[in-house]
Write a protein that binds this ligand. Structure first.
Ligand SMILES: Nc1ncnc2c1ncn2[C@@H]1O[C@H](COP(=O)(O)OP(=O)(O)O)[C@@H](O)[C@H]1O
Ligand SMILES: [Mg+2]
Length: 376
């Protein structure tokens, strides 16, 4: 069947693209439709660099033409991205050597975001991945304490004729923290652009080497700072930490919506429930649901995002954090076991994400087919 340009154009009005507002004809995204017999070429200009959105637009168009006009039609969709803001240009740019950047976020402060980040990092390292942590919590950087490197000062090294900051290494994790550059007593209230500039330097002008995972401990909340950080970095996915408590859950929900919003558009890998219950060491079978039961798990279900697991409230987790040796390093401990399971889920969700949304924003991990949690 011969395809008709005008009919196709009309049919394209039924398609819209996340982040583009109106349908693709009305929004001006469709720049041109050309038909030659059974072949149609559609030129699209989108403002979002997100690969999955481009892919979906292409799939929708192809499906529409096949179903509505001819199942044998040859459809070619050319998509050009014209980012509305400069920041988005950087967003599409993967950082050489860093395969996956995972943002760890929480709506509320004090829910254990940093504790979870530190334990995820050491567990990933134990599994054989190369791991970095970027402590971006400008309100309360805690990686220097949690990794027992409080007095460390990163030195600068020459890499390919450029001077770069060398991350501090502890427990096989490479660390850069905003805390290395400010006195601990100094309350740092950075404005968004300043903070994102400092963080950009810690990512782009640092000698991370090859990393399978770079975890970013974000500041709590959902403010401007998050917008500027997220828009300037190619983040693979976000993990949201919450306690089961209602106030924390409400903020976690805001966090999830922030990542899913059109302007940020970072896939949420899942939710981790911290302080899920208390277990006394002498009565390990007793579980006390101090902050409520399964709140974060239910939230994950409601929001249709993966639930990555629960971390109990354990005194040794707090002590380990204060002492500067993440609890998951304690061989044979409950904490180790808990984090092994959660970390495996995070890795699995990263693999799923990279399979579902190919290319641009993150480079696929290739070392772990089937998520055996072992690096080849
Ligand atoms: N599962 C847990 N069990 C016991 N203490 C915890 C747990 N998670 C966090 N903590 C403690 O709670 C406090 C706040 O945790 P932190 O990771 O600093 O939170 P955030 O980074 O979200 O502000 C810290 O003292 C930490 O040691
Ligand atoms: Mg913290």
């Amino acid at each position: 069947m011969k395809l008709d340009r005008k009919e196709i154009l009309k049919a394209l009005e039924t398609i819209s693209v996340a982040g583009e507002g109106k349908n693709i004809v009305e929004s001006g995204a469709v720049k041109n439709v050309v038909t030659f017999g059974e072949e149609a070429v559609i030129d699209l200009v989108l403002t979002t660099p997100a690969m999955h959105i481009k892919k979906r637009a292409e799939d929708d168009i192809r499906k529409l033409i096949h179903e509505k006009f001819s199942p044998d039609a040859k459809v070619k969709v050319n998509i050009k991205v014209e980012a509305p803001e400069k920041a988005n240009e950087i967003k599409g740019k993967a950082i050489p050597g860093i395969k996956n950047i995972i943002a760890v976020a929480s709506g509320k402060g004090g829910v254990g975001k940093s504790t979870v980040t530190a334990n995820l990092a050491v567990t990933l390292a134990k599994m054989g991945f190369s791991v970095g942590v970027l402590d971006a919590d400008i309100y309360g950087p805690s990686m220097p304490i949690m990794f027992d490197v409080e007095t460390a000062k990163p030195i600068s090294v020459m890499v390919d004729g450029k001077s770069k900051m060398k991350p501090i290494e502890s427990y096989e994790v490479k660390i850069l923290s905003i805390g290395f550059f400010t006195a601990p007593s100094q309350a740092v209230i950075w404005r968004g652009p300043m903070a994102s500039k400092a963080l950009n330097q810690m990512i782009f002008d640092a000698d991370w080497g090859d990393l399978d995972f770079l975890l970013i401990d974000l500041p709590p909340g959902t403010g401007d700072i998050h917008l500027s950080i997220m828009q300037s970095l190619p983040i693979t996915g976000a993990v949201v930490v919450s306690t089961p408590q209602a106030v924390a859950l409400a903020d976690a929900k805001k966090g999830v919506s922030m990542f899913m919003s059109d302007s940020i558009n970072v896939p949420v890998l899942g939710i981790i429930e911290n302080m899920a219950y208390f277990t006394p060491e002498e009565l390990p079978d007793n579980k006390y649901y101090i902050f409520g039961k399964e709140g974060a798990k239910n939230l994950a279900e409601d929001l249709n995002v993966p639930f990555l697991g629960e971390v109990p409230l354990v005194q040794s987790i707090r002590e380990a954090g204060d002492y500067g040796r993440p609890g998951a390093l304690q061989s044979g401990s409950v904490v180790e076991k808990v984090f092994e399971e959660i970390t495996r889920n995070v890795v699995q969700e990263t693999v799923n994400r990279n399979e579902a949304l190919p290319a641009t924003e993150a480079i696929k991990i290739t070392t772990m087919a089937g998520c055996s949690a072992v690096k080849k």
